[in-house]
Design a protein around this ligand. Sequence first.
Ligand SMILES: Nc1nc2c(c(=O)[nH]1)N[C@H]1C(S)=C(S)[C@@H](COP(=O)(O)O)O[C@H]1N2
Ligand SMILES: [Mo]
Length: 179
Amino acid sequence: MKSAMSKVLLALLLCQFQGFALAQMATPAAAGARTILRISGLVANANAKANPNITSEGVLALDEAAIDALPVHSFTTTTPWFKEKTTFSGPLLADLLDAVGIKGTLLTMRALNDYKVQVPVSDAYQYHPLLARKINNRPISVREKGPLFLIYPFDSAPELNTELFFARSIWQIKSIQVD
Ligand SMILES: Nc1nc2c(c(=O)[nH]1)N[C@H]1C(S)=C(S)[C@@H](COP(=O)(O)O)O[C@H]1N2
Ligand SMILES: [Mo]
C-alpha cells in the first residue's frame, strides 16, 4: 500500500519534471535563433502541435537557448585531443534525452563533417557523458570541435579509455536519430 502510493507519487513527479523540461524546450525560438541540433526518430512528440520546435517532418529542432536551458555539469579528464587534463561543461546527454522524451535504445549521431557514429542510449545513464558547450570554461567554436562535443569522463572507468569510446566522442554534432 505504502509502496504503491510512493510509486504514484514518483510517477507524478516524473511527469512534472518532463512537463517542465518540455515546457522549457517549447519556448519559442528567439527571432533569428539558429537550430544547432536536430533530433529525429523515436522522440515523444505527443506535444508536437504545442511545441514550436517540432518541424513539419516531426523533427525536434533545438537552438542554443534550448540546449543551454538544461542544467550544466562539468568534469575534468585526460583525452586523446588535448595535451593537458581538460575541463568540459555542458548538459548531460541523459538530461537531453529525458527532456525530449526519447523512446529508443540506439542513437545515430551525425557531425557537420558527416562523421557518423552509433551510441547506445544506455551509455548516457551508465557513463554520464556530456554534450560539451565549453572547454576550460570557454565556449567552443565550430573550428574547435563545437558547438556540441559528446565527451565521456574517460578517467572515471578503465573501459572508457579505449578506441570504442574515443570513436563515440563525436564533435560538431548536428543531429541525433533515435531508433
Ligand atoms: N566530428 C567528428 N568526430 C569524430 C571523428 C571525426 O572524424 N569527426 N573521429 C572519431 C574517431 S574514429 C576517433 S577514434 C576519435 C579520435 O579521432 P582523431 O584521432 O581523428 O582525433 O574521434 C571521433 N570523433
Ligand atoms: Mo577511430
